[in-house]
Design a protein around this ligand. Structure first.
Ligand SMILES: C[S@@+](CC[C@H](N)C(=O)[O-])C[C@H]1O[C@@H](n2cnc3c(N)ncnc32)[C@H](O)[C@@H]1O
Length: 205
């Protein structure tokens, strides 16, 4: 296992909820905001790299026909599988893999929703640029990309959240559909299509 994977694996071996995403109201509220920001009610194929222990994965499964989730930590993968088996949260077909992104990104697949939550600041600038390209290259024509990241400094981050999200803003091929901007976190929704939610619903020209 490489040092990056070992770092996260050790965190999950010590605690099955290292960031307290299950019980903290902060995390529950942030998840609800993210889910409420998704332009469509349902998705065909969702990809959630860095799924952690599967709390968000379970919520995404309610809105999807198929979910592919992955994490660099084998224990996180096991926890996500257990979480989905215990409380499936819908009838989506869910598969969970041990993968490091961007290196192991499933480039042959196509997703109409990609969700990256609290992960991209752990990457180098080079890996972040590759991550962005992987997203763009595997999104469908109307596909949606969501990024959500904590803003305060912490020890093991490589990049700050403003720089991470700016990298996606600067891609030239993603249109920002929505932004939720708080002191604590930044949530952005982009798409390869510039059509707004009302346009997608046929409410606006
Ligand atoms: C702060 S947790 C966030 C978990 C979940 N996405 C959430 O928002 O609750 C960060 C997760 O990213 C995973 N991770 C970190 N770097 C990764 C990488 N390069 N590839 C895949 N997973 C990674 C860690 O193992 C950990 O589960």
């Amino acid at each position: 296992m490489n040092p990056h994977a070992t770092h996260f694996q050790q965190l999950y071996q010590r605690d099955d909820d290292p960031w307290q995403v299950r019980r903290r109201w902060y995390e529950q509220r942030k998840r609800q905001l993210l889910l409420a920001s998704l332009p469509a009610q349902r998705y065909r194929h969702v990809y959630e790299p860095a799924c952690g222990n599967g709390e968000l994965t379970a919520a995404l499964a309610v809105r999807a026909e198929r979910v592919t989730a992955s994490d660099v930590s084998p224990t996180a993968v096991k926890l996500t599988r257990e979480r989905l088996a215990r409380k499936p949260g819908g009838h989506a077909q869910v598969s969970v893999h041990c993968q490091r992104v961007p290196q192991d990104w499933p480039l042959d697949a196509r997703f109409d929703l990609i969700v990256i939550s609290e992960m991209a600041y752990y990457l180098s600038r080079v890996d972040l640029a590759q991550l962005r390209d992987c997203c763009i290259n595997t999104l469908t024509a109307d596909g949606v990309l969501v990024l959500c990241h904590w803003r305060h400094p912490f020890n093991d981050r490589m990049l700050d959240t403003t720089a991470v999200h700016a990298t996606f803003d600067a891609s030239g091929s993603l249109f920002r559909l929505a932004r939720h901007d708080e002191n604590d976190f930044l949530l952005d929704v982009w798409s390869r299509s510039s059509r707004s939610v009302a346009q997608r619903e046929g409410l606006a020209p």
